[in-house]
Design a protein around this ligand. Structure first.
Ligand code: 5GP
Ligand code: MN
Length: 322
């Protein structure tokens, strides 16, 4: 439930703020970009001057999103901001270098659905029971009677679809679908959006996928599936780390697999973990032990160690739950 006190406080802050910034997180995904752009476009339509700030490169997959061209890197000499809206970011570290914006803002609004959220805002609207930050934002826009048009509704749909595995994950319920039904009332072209989101994989990405899956390792009676993506694999297929999207979900879809792991070698001593689980392993707990977090079924972390060491440590940690 949205708290009336939060809604009133947010409404008052929006009314009195001259400069409002919306900021994305590192490795931005569909929920982060969709909810951030939807918030920014709606506030802009309401007559506000909005700064759209990116924390990282925008993956190719999401460059078709309405309003994406508005996102800019932060200006080092940025003046004090009245209101900063952070969406889908469980803790300040998710903002990377843009963490400084938290100190350069008079007020911070933290809108999120991660169970691991550290409530770092002045206003914290954190609802882990909802499918996506996009769904929370839509409820907020409706309650505050903010402008919503086809672009904003499409962005919310993108946020919800990408964060629920196309509406298949555990948190999806009747309410999720009721929200989607409301989005159709704004004229969204769901088929067109789905085609753009899910049917545009490049051939080189398919080749990386084949290479990655062919190297899948299995542990603990085939209950853990793990793939390591190295710089060499990317070079050989002419791909980048963004092109690994979807691999970890494919591993999880194997019948015997309870925990699916993707280890991305960002640097010789820096590894990004992506973890997806089915029933017996709490992904958030596992990733929290590596200073990361997320949800019980999907979490991540960035670890300073070699990829082979991270593999050993991660398997040990997951084994505690199996
Ligand atoms: P992914 O594996 O797709 O990068 O992330 C899965 C989920 O875990 C997302 O909800 C994401 O926000 C969260 N997540 C990924 N990496 C990190 C991290 O380094 N720290 C925290 N706290 N959450 C993360
Ligand atoms: Mn999300």
């Amino acid at each position: 439930m949205l708290r009336k006190s939060d809604l009133d406080a947010l409404k008052a802050d929006i009314e009195t703020s001259e400069t409002i910034a919306v900021v994305s997180h590192m490795n931005p995904d569909g929920d982060n970009l969709g909810s951030l752009l939807a918030a920014g476009l709606s506030l802009e339509k309401a007559g506000k001057s909005i700064l759209f700030v990116k924390a990282d490169i925008i993956p190719e997959d999401y460059r078709f999103l309405p309003g994406i061209e508005k996102l800019e890197a932060v200006d080092d000499e940025i003046q004090m901001i009245d209101l900063l809206m952070v969406l889908d970011s469980s803790d300040p570290d998710r903002l990377g270098e843009n963490k400084i914006l938290l100190d350069k803002s008079k007020k911070v609004v933290n809108i999120d659905h991660h169970i691991s959220n550290t409530e770092y805002g002045d206003i914290n609207i954190v609802m882990p029971e909802l499918s996506s930050t996009g769904e929370i934002l839509f409820a907020l826009l409706l309650q505050m009677e903010m402008p919503i048009n086809i672009d904003i509704a499409s962005l919310i749909y993108i946020a919800m679809s990408t964060d629920t595995g196309r509406f298949t994950y555990q948190g999806v319920n009747g309410r999720t679908h009721e929200t989607v039904a409301k989005l159709y009332d704004y004229g969204i072209d769901a088929y067109g959006l789905n085609t753009k989101l899910y049917q545009r994989r490049s051939l080189k990405r398919t080749k990386l996928f084949i290479e990655a899956i062919s190297k899948m390792e299995l542990y603990n009676d085939n209950r853990i599936g793990l793939v390591k993506i190295t710089g060499k694999m990317l070079d050989e297929t002419g791909t980048s780390m963004d092109d690994t999207e979807g691999i970890v979900e494919f591993i999880r879809d194997t019948d015997s697999v309870e925990a699916a792991c993707l280890l991305k070698e960002i640097d010789e001593n820096v590894v990004k973990i992506s973890l997806r689980t089915k029933n017996s392993v709490d992904a958030n707990k596992v990733c929290s032990s590596f200073n990361g977090g997320g949800h019980s079924r999907a979490s991540g972390a960035t670890v300073e160690d070699t990829i082979d060491n991270v593999e050993k440590r991660l398997i040990e940690e997951i084994n505690k739950y199996l």
